[in-house]
Write a protein that binds this ligand. Structure first.
Ligand code: RBF
Length: 164
């Protein structure tokens, strides 16, 4: 049995909580800027659409995806964010850097989230080529920045509801 692929950019708007009470940071890597800036725009606009105050959406640029973990920690501690969305794009090349960077970021963000007890959203594209990245940053497979923002809002709501 095959599983239908779900394009999460087609989310049900009524399932997304109002973001007014929350501060949600965005950390974005400068590598592959056409891709990461498109994801940043998608994430930022989605947070605004769900009433997060502009002043409660701090944005930090970091040189590459490897720096997302440190940037996210600075954001959580320095700006007291309720959640942080980490945006990057790593494209498979000839070197093993792809594997090292992807694994380091995945582990780094998971560990940070557990340590800080805050949602840390993994919006890192790890693709075989540039076309796949284009398709996922506003193309035929949606915009993973939008999905990151929706995930952050849902996890902020969970943090409030389950802390009761
Ligand atoms: N950063 C990215 O965000 N995406 C990449 O595709 C990417 N490829 C890299 C390839 C090599 C060979 C190196 C050395 C770095 C690459 N980086 C990439 C940058 C990396 O995330 C980080 O900024 C630097 O390694 C400095 O810590």
């Amino acid at each position: 049995m095959t599983t239908k692929k779900v394009n999460l950019s087609d989310y049900d708007p009524s399932s997304v909580p109002n973001g007014k009470p929350f501060t949600i940071g965005i950390v974005v890597a400068e590598w592959n800027p056409d891709i990461t800036n498109a994801m940043l725009e998608g994430a930022y606009q989605t947070l605004l659409d769900y009433s997060v105050e502009e002043s409660n959406i701090p944005v930090m640029h970091v040189p590459g995806s490897y720096e997302l973990t440190t940037g996210a920690q600075m954001m959580l501690r320095g700006r007291r964010c309720d959640a942080v969305i980490c945006i990057g794009c790593v494209i498979q090349g000839e070197t093993r850097h792809f594997d090292f960077i992807c694994e380091a970021v995945a582990n780094g963000l998971t560990n940070l989230s557990i340590k800080e007890e805050k949602p840390v959203i993994f919006s890192l594209l790890t693709t075989n080529n540039m076309q796949q990245a284009i398709d996922r940053s506003g193309g035929k497979h949606g915009n993973k920045g939008i999905e990151g923002a929706v995930t952050a809002l849902k996890m902020c709501r969970n943090a409030v509801e389950f802390a009761k």
